[in-house]
Design a protein around this ligand. Structure first.
Ligand code: LR7
Ligand code: MN
Length: 492
């Protein structure tokens, strides 16, 4: 053989060997990836989908997963840098030092949080990145659905409302925001009228809709949802701050399963000083008690994810902050339009999604701050807003009724002849166990006596039961005589 031919053959042989055995490019690497799922070059992509590194690395950090979906890093590093360099009042989510003058009642009256403080913090303030460290590495679909952001408001403060809008626009990839719809639920504050419209002229993505009468948050949200054009609708309360890269992790889950309703982790913006912090305990999920009050309880250890930054299922959501495929929302029937003013709607949507073949998830890598109010500042026409919403079981204590998250106190008596006092509800019967009797008296088994009243002294106290005494007669509304009778018979 001639020397030249020999060289050529050697070269061809080397090329074949290289094709077969070189790491990452060779056929061997394909075989190995199939056989050894955990080989060091395979890393878990979002949602635990293995991503082949090297072979399919494309452009800056984009990767193709086994499912053929191209994923990329959605962080806006320029914006992150800009945020990091900010300093001043409330920047980096720090608490604002309150002076005595800031603490006056007047500061809270209109919003239930300190509007003086809010007004002195930049509408573009920076927040601390308190996500789990793994979130910084996560990639999400290169093609994600866009979303309409819907923000219902009723007499919201100027700076708290605008900070919500600014934070969304500052911290979301523009191509993912179809529009921001502000839906005014018949506010009467001047700043929410022409001034708001004028301000929003400079923000072409923002639309303002208004209800024609006070509708309550549920029908207000529905009005926004009906007008929305985005593929996904994302609801926020009117006093929120979206944190770094909050949106892609939500939209990515919906892209993977359009029947997922997804919620960001809700962080706490302090109603006094506007400090930004996580809620106590992150390994928590939504639940509710027998009175249908929403609460978060720890996730049982056997259900906790190995990687705490991964999405996890949630039985019920908090209510205000979530993203849902627009068409799926309407397939679910939206919200029940009979729900009034405030509350309960989160159970309706949560139960429906689970019962209709969908799912609900909390997404740890998506974080949004919310101002938890000190008290509810707005009027609720007709009083009780939770009416319609059912309660379970039989109430054996007597609770003072403000359905809106206030501290729960119960009628409590220690003995025959003692005054009736208010005490933290303990649900352990004893001194807080009462019987509603057919004779319209309120019987206290522990002391074997009844509640008596002294209208002249304006007080109530315990006394020997006397069904004939008018001062021991109470008006019971909405009682079920059959249930009451059976209950009292069984428990005497
Ligand atoms: O009549 C009203 N009309 C409105 O448009 C009353 C309220 N609203 C608006 C209001 O401006 C706000 O944007 O509706 C939104 C919610 O009202 P809030 O902020 O007074 O409610 P909340 O934060 O106390 O309560 C939680 O529960 C509500 C009823 O079930 C809603 O679902 C809220 O969205 C919800 N908030 C959250 O989920 C954020 C986390 C707090 C918790 C739990
Ligand atoms: Mn709220």
């Amino acid at each position: 053989m001639r020397r030249k031919e020999k060289r050529l053959l050697q070269f061809a042989g080397l090329l074949i060997a290289a094709l077969l055995f070189l790491p990452n490019v060779g056929l061997w690497s394909l075989y190995r990836d199939r056989v050894f799922d955990n080989s060091p070059d395979t890393v878990d992509g979002p949602g635990g989908i293995p991503v082949i590194q090297g072979l399919n690395r494309m452009g800056k950090d984009a990767q193709v997963g086994r499912d053929g979906v191209r994923r990329k890093d959605w962080h806006d590093y320029d914006a992150i840098k800009r945020d990091a360099s900010r300093s001043g009042n409330g920047e980096q989510g720090k608490a604002f030092p309150l002076s005595e003058a800031d603490r006056v009642d007047q500061a809270y009256r209109e919003n239930g949080f300190n509007i003086y403080v809010s007004d002195r913090i930049s509408l573009n303030r920076s927040l601390p990145d308190i996500r789990h460290a793994n979130c910084k590495q996560k990639l999400y679909g290169e093609k994600l659905p866009n979303t309409s952001i819907i923000i219902p408001f009723h007499n919201e403060g100027w700076s708290s409302l605008l900070r919500t809008v600014h934070s969304v626009l500052n911290r979301s990839p523009p191509q993912l925001i179809a529009e921001v719809i502000l839906v005014d639920d018949f506010s009467d504050k001047e700043h929410l009228k022409v001034a708001l419209e004028e301000y929003m002229v400079r923000m072409p993505k923002v639309r303002i809709l208004r209800t024609k009468k006070r509708e309550g948050l549920i029908r207000t949200r529905l009005l926004g949802a009906a007008a929305a054009k985005g593929e996904v609708i994302t609801f926020l309360d009117s006093h929120c701050e979206a944190n770094v890269n909050w949106l892609p992790p939500l939209l990515d889950r919906i892209a993977q399963n359009r029947k997922s309703i997804v919620c960001p982790m809700i962080d706490v913006i302090d109603h006094d000083n506007f400090g930004y912090e996580t809620q106590a305990g992150d390994a928590m999920r939504g639940a509710f008690d027998w009175e249908m009050y929403y609460k978060r309880i720890p996730i049982p250890s056997e259900l906790q994810k190995e990687d705490p930054s991964e999405p996890f299922e949630s039985p019920v959501m908090a209510g205000g902050l979530f993203a849902v495929d627009r068409k799926w929302f309407w397939e679910l029937g939206g919200y029940d339009t009979g729900l009034e003013i405030w509350g309960g709607e989160q159970y309706e949507i949560s139960f429906k999604v689970w019962m209709c073949g969908g799912r609900m998830e909390d997404i740890p890598c998506s974080r949004v701050g919310h101002i938890y109010r000190k008290y509810v500042p707005y009027k609720v026409p007709g009083g009780v807003s939770l009416a319609r919403v059912f309660t379970f079981g039989w109430r054996e204590d007597i609770r003072v009724g403000d359905p809106m998250h206030t501290k729960k106190v119960c009628f409590d008596a220690i003995s025959h002849n003692s005054p009736v006092t208010l005490y933290d509800c303990h649900g352990m019967k004893g001194n807080q166990l009462w019987r509603y009797r057919k004779d319209k008296s309120l019987y206290h088994p522990v002391s074997n006596s009844c509640i008596d009243s002294s209208p002249t002294e304006r007080r109530i106290f315990m006394n020997t039961c006397d069904p004939g005494s008018p001062s021991q007669q109470w008006l019971f509304e909405r009682t079920n005589a059959t249930v009451l009778e059976r209950f009292n018979r069984g428990n005497n």
